[in-house]
Write a protein that binds this ligand. Structure first.
Ligand code: TXA
Ligand code: MG
Length: 321
């Protein structure tokens, strides 16, 4: 059921039930992070493998401090500047705190303070943090509307808290430290590399192609629609797909080789943030319409949140190129 009753959502979480929650990035599938049976339901509902750790959501830096050994200075600075917001931190967890079930046995825990007002209100009613991965079946596109969650997980989630359309529309940026203490971006997302570097100077960045045992969920095939998606070199790709029904995803300019009615431009105003907020909803819409044999997309400008858009396009297309 979809609704806006925060108290009901809080009561369900306290009972150990699942609740889908809106965040400024994507919808999350939340459960009491300290309740093993509740957390097990997250993995079950998403059909998520146990090796893929979950992000903890809470509403204050103090609460984060209770869960971790320490917050290194550089990360503390980022936490203070960008929280609440779409930035997730990998921090060494305290013993006897967040379970190995949540962190897939890793010594670190991923934590963030989401900025959506409804979810902040919800978190303030709870005396425990919630674990929440994106509220989609494992490997599929993340949901950015309550309806997306209902369509795929409605049978498995007793309550979907409706917070409208997600503002950023793609997942949080994940940062942590390397063994030698340098800041590394493990997943590109809502907070740009440029914004981070503006605060702490140059950082290391994980690209999708790098195999990354520290973050097993960053598999290339994540965020994939079922319809094959091809990115870049559109002219060549389109001629190779002769006879197929093709949809086009672009920034603000039409592709002159395809019919106008099959084109989906993500921001007529040339605004990367708007484009990001529309990307998953459009990919999902094209996939679910079953009208198309293939999706063709152009790369976005590789700057700001455009880097995260390109990262998601690359992952979605990687099986086909
Ligand atoms: O914006 C977001 O981050 C959304 C909303 C709901 O908060 N959540 C989200 O969760 O994207 P999920 O589970 O779909 O992606 C979390 C990623 C996974 O790739 C997982 O492997 C990685 O974070 N992760 C979680 N804990 C980790 C850890 N301790 N070390 C390395 N990677 C970790
Ligand atoms: Mg996810």
């Amino acid at each position: 059921m979809i609704g806006q009753d925060v108290k009901r959502a809080a009561a369900l979480l306290k009972e150990g039930a699942l609740v889908a929650i809106p965040t400024e990035t994507v919808y999350g599938l939340a459960a009491n992070a300290l309740n093993a049976a509740a957390v097990a339901q997250i993995f079950e509902a998403k059909e998520r493998p146990a090796y893929d750790p979950l992000i903890i959501h809470t509403d204050s830096i103090e609460k984060i401090q209770h869960l971790v050994e320490e917050i290194p200075d550089a990360l503390k600075k980022l936490l203070e500047v960008f929280s609440p917001g779409p930035l997730t931190f990998l921090l060494r967890k305290k013993p006897n705190g967040i379970s190995d079930q949540v962190t897939a046995g890793l010594p670190t825990v991923a934590v963030r303070i989401p900025a959506h007002p409804i979810t902040q209100e919800l978190l303030s009613l709870l005396d425990f943090p919630v674990a929440a991965p994106s509220a989609n079946p494992f490997g599929y596109i993340s949901p950015t509307r309550a309806k997306h969650v209902e369509d795929q997980l409605g049978q498995k989630v007793p309550y979907i808290l409706d917070g409208g359309n997600c503002d950023f529309g793609l997942e949080s940026t994940i940062v942590g430290l390397t063994e030698d203490g340098q800041i590394r971006v493990f997943r590109k997302g809502g907070i740009s590399i440029e914004d981070i570097e503006g605060i702490v100077g140059p950082v290391l960045v994980n690209d999708v192609s790098a195999s990354n045992p520290k973050a097993p969920g960053m598999l290339k095939s994540h965020y994939a629609p079922k319809t094959p998606i091809y990115v870049g070199q559109t002219s060549k790709v389109i001629s190779g797909l002769a006879g197929k029904k093709i949809a086009y995803i672009g920034f603000n300019m039409l592709n002159f080789e395809l019919p106008v009615e099959d084109q989906y431009l993500l921001s007529m105003g040339f605004d990367l943030k708007e484009a990001a907020s529309n990307l998953f909803a459009v990919m999902r819409q094209l996939d679910q319409s079953k009208k198309y044999d293939a999706i063709v997309a152009d790369w976005f400008p590789d700057q700001g949140i455009g880097k995260a858009i390109n990262d998601r396009l690359r992952r979605a297309s990687s099986e086909f190129q």
